[in-house]
Design a protein around this ligand. Structure first.
Ligand SMILES: *[C@@H]1O[C@H](CO)[C@@H](O)[C@H](O)[C@H]1NC(C)=O
Ligand SMILES: *[C@@H]1O[C@H](CO)[C@@H](O)[C@H](O)[C@H]1NC(C)=O
Ligand SMILES: *[C@@H]1O[C@H](CO)[C@@H](O)[C@H](O)[C@H]1NC(C)=O
Ligand SMILES: [Mg+2]
Length: 241
């Protein structure tokens, strides 16, 4: 009982200055809770977990977890019998799913998502168009393409980034896709979950079958018209609603 009150006090009084882990949980438990969407709407990586998240992202475990996700997706993809009418699609998010922004987030001023998001520097990074592929996702993409899936990239990035995004994708090994859907000016201000749901609804209304859907954010995978199966790519660095 005392322990519970103490945790409550600590949590209450530490709320103001930066983000702290709710409750006395380990960083591994925190990461599991954010990956499973038990902890939602979180703002920044807790200060106490910056080193943990940095090691996770730069070390082997992030890639092992991406591989586990890709393997599960491939088992599922292989199990399907495609109609081969050009309507069997696989929806993929771009940022930190197909393409990695880890080099940006690893900068000291961003500290793996533990510092306030800087839209200016992030847009400068995107404008360089040098995000490398997430290797396990590129590998999965190639297998999906060879199985006959049509790929739809669905991103919250602005339409104005189209040409740099196209060259970034091609330079990274993503050489074919059915559609690259980017956010129009008129769609600004909608949350990712609303925007992505409405784009997927439009696809289904055109007769496309969303057999698979993958993304690093729960907002890629929740909402409506989510597809027959969803696959969560690990990302403990930020949360987008
Ligand atoms: C938090 O957890 C650690 C390790 O499990 C333990 O040693 C410590 O006493 C706990 N702190 C509180 C405030 O409960
Ligand atoms: C955000 O990034 C820009 C461009 O790199 C930089 O000039 C600015 O100082 C940064 N803002 C903050 C609050 O760090
Ligand atoms: C995908 O889901 C739709 C709607 O629930 C269903 O009709 C269809 O059979 C499913 N397709 C596969 C391949 O599971
Ligand atoms: Mg993303």
């Amino acid at each position: 009982m005392e322990v519970v009150s103490l945790i409550f006090l600590v949590a209450t009084f530490s709320g103001a200055a930066g983000y702290h882990i709710p409750g006395n949980i380990s960083c591994l438990s925190w990461r599991l809770a954010v990956e499973t969407n038990n902890i939602r709407e979180w703002d920044l990586v807790p200060q106490a977990c910056v080193n943990y998240v940095g090691h996770y992202m730069l070390g082997h475990q992030y890639h092992k977890d991406c591989k586990a996700m890709a393997e599960a997706a491939l088992v599922y993809a292989n199990s399907l019998k495609l109609a081969r009418d050009g309507k069997d699609i696989w929806v993929s998010d771009l940022d930190d799913t197909a393409l990695s922004n880890l080099r940006y987030y690893a900068r000291p001023e961003n500290a793996f998502g533990s510092k306030e998001f800087n839209e200016t520097s992030y847009n400068e990074w995107l404008a360089e168009g040098i995000s490398p592929p997430v290797p396990e996702i590129l590998n999965l993409y190639k297998k999906l393409v060879s199985l006959g899936f049509k790929i739809v990239f669905l991103s919250g990035k602005s339409e104005s980034t189209r040409s740099v995004t196209v060259s970034n994708l091609k330079n990274s090994g993503y050489d074919t896709w059915l559609k690259l859907i980017l956010k129009q000016k008129s769609e600004k201000g909608t949350t990712a979950v609303v925007y992505k749901s409405s784009k997927r609804k439009e696809l289904e209304e055109k007769g496309y079958r969303i057999l698979g859907n993958m993304g690093d954010q729960w907002s890629d995978l929740l909402g409506t018209n989510v597809g027959n199966r969803t696959f969560k790519v690990p990302n403990p660095m930020y949360y987008i609603s």
